[in-house]
Design a protein around this ligand. Structure first.
Ligand code: F6R
Length: 245
């Protein structure tokens, strides 16, 4: 039995519009809602759509709050490859959200454990995450929760797998510049969100979509835990759905 609500869109642009519909409905119902946000290529059509919809007066980010999934260890928010920079460039700078209401884990801290604990506490203090947006890695990772022997509970530091570093190296000058560690919400943090929305687009995601949502729930495929979330929507485009019958 699969609890995830699977939606098949024609292409990445339509996936972005369908995801934007879900965000728009939430933001209009709860103007000060807490959005759990993600970086990467997958959310870009959604972010472009949300920017346009606010310009068109369909929603307002003025009171919205946000918490991002993850950040590279060792990169400052000014570094063009940091996730803070990505969020500013691709979303926050173009909407009315108060920068003070946006949280991204800090990549430059002395005490990683304290920062991670404070991040969890800050999410709780905001009343928890109303909707958590996710992409998915080719190995099934969500955030930077990589395949391992357990589902990490809370925000923590992770060493990055080679496959993930290779997948992200296109954003850096060379593989040597790709950080070797990151901070990420845990699978438990994601599961505590009231609603989860995962987007997967492209043929290269087809196999992991099938494994994650139509295979066994196992920490070797971190996204598979979403089968146990009571309100999880998965939006795939036709290419990412191509391994499903
Ligand atoms: C990003 C994140 C990652 C990505 C995943 C897919 O904040 O946490 O888990 O969602 O690596 O990346 P793209 O969308 O670039 O294929």
């Amino acid at each position: 039995m699969h609890h995830v609500n699977l939606i098949i869109a024609k292409d990445p642009a339509e996936a972005g519009r369908l995801a934007a519909d879900i965000f728009q409905e939430l933001i209009n119902a709860k103007p000060d809602c807490v959005l759990g946000l993600a970086t990467g290529s997958t959310p870009l059509p959604l972010y472009r759509e949300l920017i346009q919809r606010e310009k068109d007066g369909k929603l307002s980010f003025a009171k919205v709050r946000s918490a991002n999934l993850d950040e590279y260890k060792g990169l400052s928010g000014d570094h063009p490859q940091s996730y803070r920079y990505f969020m500013n460039e691709n979303l926050f700078n173009h909407i009315s959200i108060d920068p003070a209401n946006t949280m991204v884990p800090s990549g430059l801290v002395e005490d990683a454990d304290a920062m991670c604990a404070a991040y969890e506490a800050a999410i709780e203090a905001m009343g928890g995450i109303d909707i958590q947006l996710l992409g998915i890695g080719h190995d099934g990772h969500i955030g930077f929760n990589e395949p391992c022997d357990h589902f990490p509970a809370a925000t923590h530091e992770v060493e990055l797998e080679e496959i993930t570093r290779q997948a992200n190296k296109r954003f850096f000058n060379s593989i040597d510049e790709v950080p070797t560690a990151a901070y990420t919400m845990g699978c438990g943090t994601v599961m505590a969100a009231r609603k989860v929305l995962l987007i997967a687009t492209g043929k290269d995601k087809a196999e992991i979509v099938k494994q994650s949502f139509f295979g066994p729930v196992t920490p070797m495929v971190p996204a598979s835990i979403l089968q146990f979330h009571p309100d999880c929507t998965v939006i795939v485009d036709e290419a990412a759905a191509s391994a499903l019958k």
